[in-house]
Design a protein around this ligand. Structure first.
Ligand SMILES: N[C@@H](CCC(=O)N[C@@H](CS)C(=O)NCC(=O)O)C(=O)O
Length: 224
């Protein structure tokens, strides 16, 4: 049985959505963000104690992109990863890696400036401005590709689309940040309409914008 260690509404959403799209059998361990040692097996699955992390038998895997690549191969019948050796497979590696090393970390200066500068308010403004420039540039890159591709890799939706969907969706937390243009918006709607992605939103207590429906709930339980 696959075990997913997750925090509702965090990066683990992409993994949960991929598991749902794959029709996988899995169980979830909800990690409390301030009491990560309470989750049995979490440190074993990821010594860094970050979510998402996944365990199956002797497999221990963390890092959103790595887990998504692994799931694409673990559930071949779900076709969430193009066939090995095809040009689409190259796009799949490229987009998952780009999501991880550019779009995902591109959010940190905006969403989590304390990672970089503690609580220095002067530095925060500069970091936020630079972060916004970078994330908008990333959105333009996505827009150019999606202007003439329905999906990021090949002719059907895959794990890279799910990863991009989550990261584009995070812009809904901000009134003044929109990634890309009409092609990114259409792709966001297409991926969001996939039954597995919609199910994962429900399980994660998220609305169609990926915003928590009940802000006081985490993993279906009140936040204490
Ligand atoms: N590079 C990691 C980053 C994972 C990460 O930063 N996870 C955050 C949630 S989005 C986390 O576990 N934070 C701990 C917490 O919220 O307490 C990945 O791609 O999975």
């Amino acid at each position: 049985m696959i075990t997913l260690f997750q925090i509702t509404g965090s990066s683990s959403f992409a993994v949960r959505a991929a598991l749902e799209c794959a029709g996988a059998e899995y169980e979830v361990v909800d990690v409390h963000p301030r009491r990560r040692d309470d989750a049995p097996g979490f440190a074993d699955a990821n010594p860094l104690k970050r979510v998402p992390a996944l365990r199956e038998g002797d497999v221990r895997i963390s890092e959103t992109g790595a887990i998504l690549l692994w799931l694409g191969d673990r559930f071949p019948d779900a076709h969430l990863a193009p066939a090995v050796g095809t040009p689409a497979r190259a796009d799949h590696y490229r987009w998952v890696t780009w999501c991880a090393n550019t779009l995902h970390v591109g959010w940190w200066p905006i969403m989590a400036p304390f990672f970089y500068i503690g609580d220095d308010p002067g530095a925060a403004a500069a970091l936020d401005a630079g972060g916004r420039r970078n994330i908008l540039r990333a959105g333009d890159h996505l827009e150019r590709w999606l202007a003439d591709h329905e999906w990021l890799a090949g002719d059907r939706p895959g794990v890279c689309d799910i990863y991009a969907y989550m990261l584009v969706g995070w812009s809904n937390y901000y009134d003044d940040i929109r990634l890309g243009g009409p092609a990114v918006a259409d792709h966001y709607r297409r991926v969001g309409a996939l039954p597995g992605v919609a199910r994962a939103r429900g399980l994660d207590d998220l609305d169609e914008r990926l915003i928590r429906v009940h802000p006081d709930l985490r993993g279906g339980r009140p936040v204490d």
